[in-house]
Structure formats: C-alpha cells, structure tokens
Design a protein around this ligand. Structure first.
Ligand SMILES: Cc1ncc(COP(=O)(O)O)c(C=O)c1O
Length: 320
C-alpha cells in the first residue's frame, strides 16, 4: 500500500479525542512497537459526486470485527461498533473529505516499557486519509505463490488482523514483488491455497465460485462476504467454501482477489501462466462492476452496506 505521506494537519481521533496527525505521537518504548501487540482495521469510504456524499462501507461490521479481534489480545475498546462508526464519520466530516478515503482504526498495547508480557494499558486511534486504487488491476494482475507459508491459527490467528502477524504478509509481499509479481498467494502449512498478503482469493471452476473456508487460516474478509452475496443474489452463482489445491490455480477459468484495499482485483496470470484466456473473465468483470456501484450507494438492494457521512439522516440510506 504505497500512499503518499498524509498531510500532517489532517484531523485524527487519537486516545479519545480529535487532534492533528502531527500531534498524535507515541513513546518510542511503546509495547506494540516492539512486540506487534496491536490490532488494526481497514475501511473504505467512497465519494459519490451525484449524491455529493461520502459513503462509509460496512463500518459497523468492521468495527465489530475490530472489537472481537482486540479481545484476542485482551485490548478493551469501550465504544460500541455503532459509536465507533459515528466517530469514523466525524473524522471524515471534520476533514471535509470529498474524495475516496481509507480509514485505519488501530488499537495497541501502549505501555512504554520493555518485557513481552502485555498489560492492560491500551490506546486507540482512527485515522482517515485520501486514498485511491491500491493495486491497479483494470486489466488484471500477475500473482505468484510465495515460499512463505500463511501463519497458523495456533501461532498467530490470521483472522485477527494483529499488527505483528503482518510480518508474514510483509515477507510474502516483498518476495512476490522482487520476483516480478504484483501480489503474493499464500499456501497454508498443509499446502492448500489460503489468501493474498492483504486480500482474500476466489477462483471459478466449472462455473462455480470457490473460495477457501475461514478455517484455512484466512482473514474473514468483509469484501469476501460482499462478493459472495452479490454472486449468489445478482448472478445466481453457486458459491462454494472449500479448500483449494495449488494446481487448481493453473486450471481454473477465472481467479481474483478481494479486499477493502484491493477491492476486486482480477488475476489474469499466475506463476507465469495465463488464467483462462489470460484476460479479465466475465464473472470477475460483472462482480467488480456490481461491487463498485454497491459501495457508492448506487445499488438500491445494498444501501444497508453504506453510511452517508455528510447527510447521515436526510439520505435515509441508513437502516438503523
Ligand atoms: C490478510 C488479509 N486477508 C484478507 C483481507 C480482506 O479483508 P476485508 O475484505 O475485510 O478488507 C485483508 C484486508 O486487509 C487482509 O489483510
């Protein structure tokens, strides 16, 4: 995720209050900095010019996942997912963002001391920055299976977005890019396909849409859920959650990644082999278009997925 360093004057929510990014600093001895004991989230908000509004995508579900995952590290967040979603909207409003935005909630073990044992001193922040495409994938990308295996649930749970666990993703992403690929594909310890370094993976075989189950050391992606719902409801596709063999990557009709940052990224080449015809497949193209419209509040059946930031009530989109 190569984003230009954000304007230090943007306003963030930091330790329970709003302040400038430049004033939101931590002690160099912070526990999480040394031991990776933090939990983060990634949420997008999309600017809709016609509606003149910014739409937060499934914010409450992201914050519910964040709180659940923080519980794994015994990090307490007093606010409810509903309240956190309101704070996220307020961060966007105070910055007057009228462009696509990426939000990064982060909670961490904040004690300024050495010693791996975490204590109960927790801190939180919600940062929002203008953000466009993560992985330019209009015409498809080239993904490669990496030599690093996906972390095991019994070591560090991949479903928990724990800061320290992203060393695994950083190693994979670095290897993939140095080997000329746009993104990495992880295998699990037992050799099944898991996911990308920061995205879930889908393939199409015999017209069925297949994706690894959540018990294969993957993050329970919210975009994954969006795409499975759109595939079933809008395209009438069979969606199957099952373990995938590596060789299925080389014989499938279509292959793509999903994630808040990558959105839906078609994979047209894998390990130096074309996927299908080597072009963006019809199913990926249609799901990408449906997802694009849904997250901008333009699909009536999916307005419950978005929260308008500037006209929270008048838009009448919020179902609460
Ligand atoms: C390892 C990993 N897998 C999958 C995803 C996609 O999850 P979501 O769709 O909820 O953003 C992410 C998102 O950041 C991720 O880090």
């Amino acid at each position: 995720m190569k984003s230009n360093s954000p304007d230090p004057n943007i306003l963030v929510w930091f330790r329970g209050d709003y302040c400038r990014l430049a004033d939101a600093n931590v002690n160099i001895l912070t526990h999480a900095l040394h031991y990776g004991t933090g939990v983060f989230e990634g949420i997008r908000a999309y600017w809709n010019h016609t509606e003149q509004d910014l739409f937060l995508v499934r914010a409450e579900e992201h914050f519910a996942r964040w709180k659940r995952n923080c519980g794994i590290l015994r990090i307490q967040i007093p606010e409810s997912p509903y309240e956190l979603a309101r704070i996220a909207a307020e961060v966007c409003r105070r910055n007057e963002f009228r462009t696509d935005v990426y939000l990064r909630p982060l909670a961490w073990k904040a004690s300024p001391r050495l010693g791996v044992q975490p204590d109960d001193v927790d801190a939180t922040t919600i940062i929002a920055i203008p953000f466009g495409a993560y992985l330019p994938s209009e015409n498809g990308i080239h993904a490669g299976v990496v030599s690093w295996r996906r972390i095991e649930d019994n070591a560090i749970p991949g479903r928990a977005k724990i800061c320290g666990a992203y060393v695994n993703s950083a190693l994979a992403g670095d290897e993939a890019r140095r080997n000329g690929f746009d993104e990495a594909i992880f295998l699990t310890e037992d050799g099944h396909v898991a996911e990308g370094s920061a995205c879930n993976l889908f393939l199409v075989r015999n017209g069925k849409l297949c994706t690894p189950p959540t018990t294969d050391n993957i993050l329970e992606g919210i975009t994954r859920d969006c795409v499975m719902t759109l595939a079933r409801r809008e395209l009438g596709l069979d969606v199957v959650e099952r373990s995938l063999d590596r060789s299925e990557l080389y014989i499938c009709e279509e292959l793509f990644f999903t994630g808040t940052a990558v959105e839906l990224a078609p994979i047209t080449r894998v390990d130096h082999r074309p996927v299908g015809e080597g072009t963006v497949g019809p199913i990926a193209a249609r799901l990408r278009a449906l997802y694009h419209d849904a997250v901008r509040g333009e699909l009536a059946a999916y307005t419950h997925w978005v929260d308008p930031v500037f006209h929270p009530v008048s838009a009448g989109l919020s179902v609460r």
